[in-house]
Each structure stands twice: as structure tokens, then as C-alpha cells.
Design a protein around this ligand. Structure first.
Ligand SMILES: Nc1ncnc2c1ncn2[C@@H]1O[C@H](COP(=O)(O)OP(=O)(O)O)[C@@H](O)[C@H]1O
Ligand SMILES: [Mg+2]
Length: 221
């Protein structure tokens, strides 16, 4: 379970201080599929990045499975990012010159090294997104929709409890978006907790719960 308690995030420059999160509080239960919606600039990505420890908060607390994530040691943060959460971003962030296999294997390599028994795990993750047939292909040769499916396979390779997805369909056409939403729905049905940022209300409707943000706060949901 994720508990966000009164989180404030300020971006400070020499001239101004901007509050991207202004006392956001929220609970997400295990196995939920939530969509975070809100206008551009409302703080959605900032919140998701804080949940993923990709960014730090100015004040407030985030507990994940009862653990205060701002109190994790460097080693624990690395483990949290690698194993507890899986990230999916709008712009896939694959290694373009690497094969699909190498892209999906990467978190396993970071966690424990290159090992023979990585292969069945990579194959299982690619099967889950319907891309086993592209395992030898270079990432750069795939379509956008396929690249996002590889990114999802990479996100689930260490069997994380939480999938954090920031506008996962933002760069995709309707057909590919539907495909990605179906995959996320399948992961949800298999027990993953999914937190998806989207400004597309049709995609948001597919989640079990819609959380609305405005000016750095949760206003609904
Ligand atoms: N690194 C940064 N430095 C300064 N301001 C930032 C930074 N990141 C985000 N912001 C500002 O914080 C606000 C919220 O950003 P963001 O969380 O990306 O919104 P959303 O994802 O809802 O569009 C925006 O006004 C944005 O300009
Ligand atoms: Mg954003």
C-alpha cells in the first residue's frame, strides 16, 4: 500500500520558488489500478517521480508498504527502484541500439549480473506483452507501440508490486494505446498495483479509480 501524506515539492531557483506539490495526500491500496488526471502542470509527474524515488520531496511523507521512502539508504533506494517499482514513461527510454532481449534483461543485469537463467525470465516478460517474436530485434527497429511493450516487459522483469506509468500512451495512436491499456489491465488482473498518469479521460476510465489533481493537490478521488 502507498500512503502519501501532505507532500510538498518546491522547485527553488535563485529568483523564485515554485510549489509543484502543495500538500498532496492520498492512499493507494494493494491491487488497485488508479489513474491520476489533471491539467498539464498540476503536479502529476512530480508526484509519480516522488513515488518512484526519482525525485525528492520538500516536506511530507510517503510510505510504501509501511516504509518511509525518504529514509531509505542509497543501497535501499537502488533496490526499491529496481525491484519494488517498475517504471513506464511516455517516451519509452529504451537503449535503441540494444536488442529487445538486452533491453528487457537490463534490470536483471543491474540487480545481479548477466546470468544464463535470465533468459526464461526475459522470455516470460516478453510473452506477457506479446512480443516474444521480436526478442532478437534491435529496439530502434520497432514501432512506437512495440517499443512501449518492451518498456513494460522491462518494467515487470523483476516482478515489482507497483507499476508507475507516466502517460504511457502519450506518444501512441488509438490502436496502440488500446493495446497498452489492455496489457496494463492484464497486469492489474494478475495482482499488480498500477498508478498511471494520464490526461486522456478514456484511458482513465479504464482504471478502477480516478484521482484528480489541480495546482499540486489531490482534489478528487
Ligand atoms: N525541475 C523542475 N524545475 C522547476 N519547475 C519544475 C520542474 N519540474 C516540474 N516543474 C514545474 O512543476 C509543475 C508541475 O509539473 P509536473 O509534475 O511535470 O506536471 P504534470 O505532470 O501534471 O504536467 C509545472 O508547473 C512545472 O513547470
Ligand atoms: Mg507530466
Amino acid at each position: 500500500m502507498i500512503e502519501v501524506v501532505d507532500v510538498v515539492k518546491e522547485y527553488v531557483t535563485s529568483k523564485t520558488t515554485f510549489r509543484a506539490l502543495n500538500g498532496a495526500s492520498l492512499k493507494i491500496g494493494d491491487g488497485e489500478f488508479v489513474a491520476i488526471t489533471g491539467k498539464s502542470g498540476s503536479g502529476k509527474s512530480t508526484l509519480l517521480n516522488i513515488l518512484g524515488t526519482l525525485d525528492t520531496m520538500t516536506s511530507g511523507k510517503v510510505y510504501v508498504d509501511g516504509v518511509d521512502i525518504s529514509a531509505l539508504s542509497g543501497k535501499e533506494v537502488a533496490e526499491y527502484r529496481n525491484k519494488k517499482v517498475g517504471f513506464v514513461f511516455q517516451s519509452f527510454y529504451l537503449e535503441p541500439g540494444y536488442s529487445v532481449y538486452d533491453n528487457v534483461e537490463l534490470p536483471l543485469v543491474l540487480a545481479g549480473g548477466r546470468a544464463k537463467n535470465n533468459r526464461p525470465l526475459v522470455e516470460a516478460a516478453l510473452s506477457e506483452v506479446g512480443l516474444l517474436s521480436k526478442i532478437k530485434e534491435k529496439a530502434v527497429n520497432l514501432s512506437g507501440g512495440e517499443q512501449q511493450r518492451v518498456a513494460i516487459a522491462r518494467a515487470i522483469i523483476n516482478n515489482p508490486s507497483y507499476i508507475l506509468a507516466d502517460e504511457p500512451c502519450g506518444n501512441l495512436d488509438t490502436h496502440n494505446s488500446e493495446n497498452i491499456m489492455r496489457i496494463l489491465d492484464g497486469l492489474h488482473k494478475n495482482g499488480k498495483t498500477i498508478v498511471m498518469v494520464t490526461h486522456d479521460m478514456e484511458d482513465a476510465q479504464k482504471a478502477g479509480r480516478i484521482i484528480a489533481m489541480s495546482d499540486g493537490k489531490i482534489i478528487d478521488g
